[in-house]
Design a protein around this ligand. Structure first.
Ligand code: GLU
Length: 279
């Protein structure tokens, strides 16, 4: 008997749910329910500048209306700061991360100075300016309190983990490419953590067996596998599903109000109409 799947829907409460989110939630929900497993809800509200309690409540209302009921109490990432700090401390101790003092402008300038950095799916890959600082240069800047983020040293990290892969139920097995996103930020200057670290820590904490999400996050999975290996977390299976597009062929975003679940709901459409539009 295979173990029952544990899945999650992990929205960021920075806007209202749209059709794309409904599809993402349904994929996670159905995978869990069809396998007699557990469907969890996690609010990814680490970005305190952009998250709003009314969006969080709206997400839960929309999910209930759609009939996508989750198990247990939703996890709020804003309550998990200590866990992210502990994971970052572990990586810092093992020198798998380095402090980055660059401003956005400096990164853009450095990128154009070196004739453009390789362009990852999240924009230009970090050119590595702060990676070359000496230990004493780093310590001096940290000592005087220069604002800094922490970046994954993807070179050292993959030397430590060796060759990795991940398996996707739709896309098959992928070799992990550490250069795809490069030295990503694991702790932002302003909030002390970041998406990649928080998601990996919480997927392990919630014992997620199947990570389901849109294809736009496939590149992130390369980073997530590296972090899972470094932090000795179990390897989940993945399912990156297709994205819903607007009339211009662009990915739905929170600004597309006409696709928001609450707008459609208030216009009198039944949940079945939502699922029809998700096809
Ligand atoms: N919070 C992310 C989002 O809303 C999804 C994270 C994930 O599924 O890994 O795009």
């Amino acid at each position: 008997m295979p173990t029952p799947p544990v899945t999650r829907f992990a929205p960021s409460p920075t806007g209202r749910l749209h059709l794309g989110h409904a599809l993402a939630a349904k994929v996670a929900h159905d995978l869990a329910r069809n396998g007699g497993g557990t469907f969890l809800l996690r609010h990814e509200d680490i970005d305190t500048n952009r998250s709003r309690p009314e969006y969080l409540t709206g997400i839960e209302d929309d999910l209930r209306w759609l009939g996508l009921n989750w198990d247990g109490v939703p996890l709020l990432q804003s309550t998990r700061t200590l866990a992210y700090e502990a994971a970052l401390a572990q990586l810092t101790h093992r020198e798998m991360v380095y402090p980055c003092f660059c401003t956005r402008r400096e990164i853009i300038e450095e990128t154009s100075r070196i004739g453009g950095a390789p362009h990852g799916p999240e924009g230009p890959v970090y050119p590595g300016t702060c990676k070359t600082l000496t230990k004493s240069q780093r310590e001096e800047r940290l000592f005087i309190g220069t604002p800094h983020s922490w970046r994954l040293d993807s070179t050292l990290a993959t030397q430590t983990t060796g060759h990795l892969t991940f398996s996707d139920l739709i896309h098959g097995t992928h070799p992990v490419d550490p250069d795809l996103l490069g030295d990503v930020i694991l702790a932002r200057k302003d909030i002390g953590t970041a998406y990649h670290l928080a998601v990996v820590v919480d997927d392990a904490f919630q014992k997620i067996t199947h990570v389901t999400r849109g294809e736009d996050l496939l590149p992130s999975t390369h980073v997530h596998r590296i972090l899972q290996a470094l932090l000795s977390f179990p390897e989940p299976l993945y399912l990156h599903h297709r994205l819903l597009l607007d009339d211009q062929g662009k990915r739905l975003a929170k600004r597309h109000d006409s696709f928001s679940i609450s707008t459609l709901r208030q216009s009198g459409f039944p949940p079945d109409e939502i699922w029809r539009r998700c096809r």
